[in-house]
Design a protein. Structure first.
Length: 282
């Protein structure tokens, strides 16, 4: 199942992105039009949606879509979670997940223009986990039961702000407006042949700069859900950015950063693609 936000309303999206079904109208008000609200009743929604017949329709326009998770209570993010990315950053692999946050005000949808905050803004493709059932002290083996699905994300990062001062400012440097694009929709776990092994890729102006697989994660999705839930309660609709592979601009020699007019395409296997244009506001 695929769900998304179309014209600010919750919709089910047909196979291959063909056609949509307005959830509030089809359920006769049982489920709200608010996309964020569906995660609080995820099990009931999935049971209802399983018997819904999708109407014929046209391919969904990406420009009509917003973030499938517009207002999460909590946003977790994991750094250095691919070995090659740690290597290009000149850092050792963490012995435990390196966790920070992106503030929810940075969330945006799968298309549009993102204003650059400075001359050292970087790209980071990431698989994003969406929680579908509250998780507290969950065993790793049980983690999948608490996940609604996956979406694609970019952890856009202002490296100058991130590296300001004597200690890194991860959360601030990664939380400018629209620095957390998500989309194009959420895909439920049952849609993936192997949810632990998905291709993740970033293309910059048509050139592939990141290309890896989630099977290379240092800490897997089930491990992250278990680890975090043993520290903080994970609520329905919370999201976890699971880390980025090598190929970021900061790791290039010479370093390379986003410029006015650059186009970034983010693609994750089994989910789809997002496309954003970057602009210098000055």
């Amino acid at each position: 199942m695929r769900i998304g936000t179309q014209n600010d309303r919750l919709v089910i999206i047909g196979p291959d992105g063909i056609g949509t079904l307005d959830v509030e109208q089809a359920s006769q008000g049982r489920f709200s039009s608010d996309p964020q609200a569906v995660y609080d009743s995820w099990a009931q929604f999935v049971a209802w949606a399983d018997g819904v017949e999708m109407p014929d329709g046209e391919p969904v326009s990406p420009e009509s879509l917003g973030s499938p998770v517009p207002r999460p209570r909590q946003v977790f993010a994991v750094g250095l979670n691919y070995a090659e990315h740690a290597k290009e950053s000149g850092l050792d692999l963490p012995v435990a997940p390196l966790v920070f946050t992106k503030f929810p005000s940075s969330i945006t949808g799968p298309t549009g223009t993102i204003e650059l905050s400075g001359p050292r803004v970087d790209w980071e493709v990431e698989l994003v986990v969406v929680i579908g059932a509250a998780a507290r002290r969950v065993a790793e083996a049980d983690s999948w039961h608490h996940i609604a699905g996956f979406t694609a994300g970019q952890d856009i990062s202002d490296r100058a702000v991130q590296q300001a001062g004597t200690s890194p400012q991860f959360s601030l440097g990664k939380s400018f407006d629209r620095y957390a694009p998500l989309g194009p929709w959420l895909v439920s776990i049952d849609e993936f042949r192997d949810p632990d092994d998905l291709s993740v890729r970033t293309d910059l102006n048509g050139e592939t700069v990141q290309d890896s697989r989630t099977s290379d994660l240092v800490f897997s999705v089930p491990y992250l859900v278990s680890y975090l839930s043993n520290i903080a309660t994970l609520y329905p609709g919370d999201i976890i950015f699971t880390g980025t592979p090598s190929g970021v601009g900061m790791g290039m020699k010479p370093e390379r950063y986003l410029m006015d007019g650059d186009i970034v395409t983010t693609t994750i296997e089994g989910i789809g693609s997002m496309t954003h244009t970057f602009a210098d506001p000055r």
